[in-house]
Design a protein around this ligand. Structure first.
Ligand SMILES: [Zn+2]
Length: 270
């Protein structure tokens, strides 16, 4: 069973000290997939200075050279991998970036090329800002051949670009929901990779304020009972002592289970 860890929102606004203070003992055990924003635009959240919440200025990652140096070093040490997390991560009046931006294809292509160049790494995974994707956003990611790490994306064929595998994968997910006695609107995480013509998708469990070890273990044990894999997604900027403890306790729990392997997120799709 593969276990991966994803952390969202590394960008120009990220301090390398903050990442290090959280992950220094974690990324020795499991590589952290940092879903990184290449040209971030500020928005209202802790860790982004208030003057940039509405400034609409885009900050290229390399304007934070201390962060770039640290990411390159951590990549060389195999403590992190990089995924593409949108282009600007900006919110529009009509939706999140990959629901509402007029040019999702350009954003995927240019964002990926930029991060690959600045960080000297290959990028094969896309994480949608706010886990939100329109049909067009999904088509752009798929056309680029990037695999998708999401949480609670819809599998309903009407929400997706048409291809033969769309109804087949929907049927797989529906069968899983039925076999776990869930109702139509109950939330769950399908524990297997879904393969489409040009990309694959895998869903993550969330570690957010209020998430308990019990919930994570339940999700993990369900995935394990079906022979599936498990990815945990969190945000470094909201990890406090309680969330940190939950993360480490979960890793300790998983590490004690025979057959569990901690892997880089890209390996989920192997
Ligand atoms: Zn994000």
């Amino acid at each position: 069973m593969k276990i991966a860890l994803r952390d969202d929102d590394t960008s120009y606004f990220t301090s390398p000290e903050r990442l290090r203070s959280i992950y220094r003992d974690v990324w020795n055990r499991i590589p952290v997939c940092l879903a990184t924003v290449p040209f971030t635009v500020g928005y209202r959240r802790p860790g982004i200075p208030e003057e940039h919440w509405h400034s609409a200025e885009a900050f290229a990652l390399e304007r934070n050279p201390a962060l770039v140096d640290e990411l390159r070093r951590l990549l060389a040490e195999r403590r992190i991998t990089i995924a593409l997390h949108g282009y600007t991560h900006q919110d529009y009046a009509t939706g999140y970036e990959f629901q509402a931006a007029p040019d999702p294809s350009r954003r995927v292509t240019e964002g990926r090329a930029y991060l690959e160049h600045v960080l000297g790494t290959n990028i094969g995974v896309f994480v949608p800002p706010h886990n939100a994707l329109s049909k067009r956003g999904l088509a752009a990611v798929s056309a680029a051949g990037l695999n998708l790490l999401g949480s609670f994306l819809s599998f309903r064929p009407s929400m997706r670009p048409w291809e033969l595998r769309t109804p087949l994968n929907y049927w797989r997910v529906s069968r899983f929901r039925a076999s776990t006695n869930r109702a139509r609107h109950d939330r769950f995480v399908y524990p297997f990779v879904l393969r489409y013509r040009r990309h694959a998708e895998f869903a993550c469990h969330s570690l957010i304020p209020g998430t308990t070890l019990d919930e994570l273990v339940r999700g993990f044990e369900e995935a394990r009972s079906f022979g599936g894999d498990f990815c945990l997604a969190t945000h470094y900027w909201e990890i406090d002592d309680v969330m940190y403890r939950t993360l480490v306790d979960f890793l300790d729990y998983a590490a004690g289970v025979p057959g569990v392997r901690f892997v880089a997120a890209d390996e989920l799709f192997a």
